[in-house]
Design a binder for this molecule. Sequence first.
Ligand SMILES: Cc1cc2nc3c(=O)[nH]c(=O)nc-3n(C[C@H](O)[C@H](O)[C@H](O)COP(=O)(O)OP(=O)(O)OC[C@H]3O[C@@H](n4cnc5c(N)ncnc54)[C@H](O)[C@@H]3O)c2cc1C
Length: 550
Amino acid sequence: MPAALAPSARSILDTAWGDASAFLQQWRQWLAEPERPRMLHYVALVLPSAGGKPLAGDDPQSHALREALRQAFGDDLPGAGHYRICLQDGLLQLTLCIGPPETTLQALRMQADRVLLGAMPNPSAAVWALIGRVCKSGAVLERDLRSAEDAPEPPPAPWRPISPDSWTYAPPWALRRSRQQSRTVWAQPQRCTVIGAGLCGAATAQALALRGWQVQVLEAGAQPGAGASGVPAGLVSPQPSLDDAPQSLWTSRGAALMRQLVAARLVEGRDWQPSGASALQPGAHAIGPYAQWDPQAFWMRPAAWIAACLAGAGISLRCGARVAQIVQREGLWCMLDGEGAVLAESELVVLCNAGDGARLLRAPALGCTPALQALAARLQGRHGSVSLGPVAGLPGLPGHPVHGAGHFLPALPGADGLCWMAGAGFAVRPATDPAAEHADNIARVGRILPELAEGLRAQAQANLLQLWQGERCTSPDRLPLIGAVAAAPAAGLWVHLAMGSRGLSVAALGAAWLAACIMGEPWPMEARLARFVDAQRLERKLPHAVTAAT
Ligand SMILES: Cc1cc2nc3c(=O)[nH]c(=O)nc-3n(C[C@H](O)[C@H](O)[C@H](O)COP(=O)(O)OP(=O)(O)OC[C@H]3O[C@@H](n4cnc5c(N)ncnc54)[C@H](O)[C@@H]3O)c2cc1C
């Protein structure tokens, strides 16, 4: 196939992950293809019991896989859910769907080009129907006969045999257009403008550039991270809950992805640290040890991650470029400044400008749906701050970050040695008195680490502290707004807004889902989770990105 016609991505569904040998084989075959598709998506169904299986191999791919899994999950695979693993500089995207096949297939959104039918109990009629639902018309199924005694029976109609061990998906009915066309909407990546260079903008620009888009990032500030993402450092840790609340699931999937990306791109010990963290209920210190230890938690510097994302090929950044309005001219979106001059024009636009996104969305020409209008109108700015001070001579420092009432990071490397950082409030108005803001931040530390607060107060009185203040954009349900602005995504206007207090944990996962919707690729998490963050969630007609893509 000539290079120009090579498909931009190939999607493989593996029904039995096992010891990952089929995956590693596909990876090597893809690398060996002279005209390989730019991106390979490999979606594997993983039985929860597979967690203990050792991964075979001493080759570079096996090593890279083991390391990515270790960064994402630690020593064991997590519980049921869909998780994204990025390999080969992000061009190989592995989605592990952990759980019983019926459940994971129901939650899966993809349009497979190929299915590898690995060693598994014979699929029921219901499982075959679910497999068909995530296949393209013409998808090829191959039976893995390496473990002959476990090899499943041949698939039933509408799979049609094409060789003794392969079949093609040939339903006599027309598949829903969404399955065939969501990719063809953007079969050829073109130009994209990303508005805002915070965590969301950087993650979105990087995800789209990886897929071949020419991305222009417009940032109002003098440098990237001019908004909430300018926080000097932050903690990445899933939001705990007893009942698997959406925030909890979303942040756990997001943190697992973020940790791999950060480990691959940033300098450990300077830009991030796999520190672990303790979650404490305020007052819990009095009755026992740390309530909850999360070994996978880590602190990171958002500025370093944003810089690494924006340095990617295909991305250009323009600072001091505030988008005053967006208009459509001759089929292109034009971003205009306050004087009406064109800052950029492109086929695709993603609004990553936090609270200012709501202002842009009010323009009738953008065709924003009532559902998104309603959510955007209720976005709120919530102010917070972090206090920073020197570690030297401070008694009672914990050995790792602690959160519960705000967070306390005990040892950030800086130009003048180690410093601690503590924050962050959630106020309607910005603070006007730095001394009072320090006092608030220290009082929060006192609720979880009382033995430390006295030393911090002494530093405040000696004017040793620095303050950083910022405003987060939050939605009414505290979940992000991600997805198409109008009913037809072909119109090319998307949003990635409202990260609230968890942008470090979830910006990369949001960008991965956004890119998957735009390109018609497998989703990086369960459909149920996508529903919670879908910008059109008020319409309750989900999964949206699939239906809307028709
Ligand atoms: C004090 C504090 C502590 C925090 N600690 C943590 C933490 O520990 N862990 C965690 O996960 N999260 C934390 N957060 C939250 C996290 O910082 C945010 O969720 C995240 O930074 C939001 O990223 P964003 O890209 O959506 O928004 P922003 O970073 O606000 O980026 C929006 C960008 O858009 C630009 N912009 C706006 N309008 C326009 C326009 N019209 N044209 C062009 N550009 C425009 C802005 O200048 C800005 O750079 C904290 C936040 C605060 C305030």
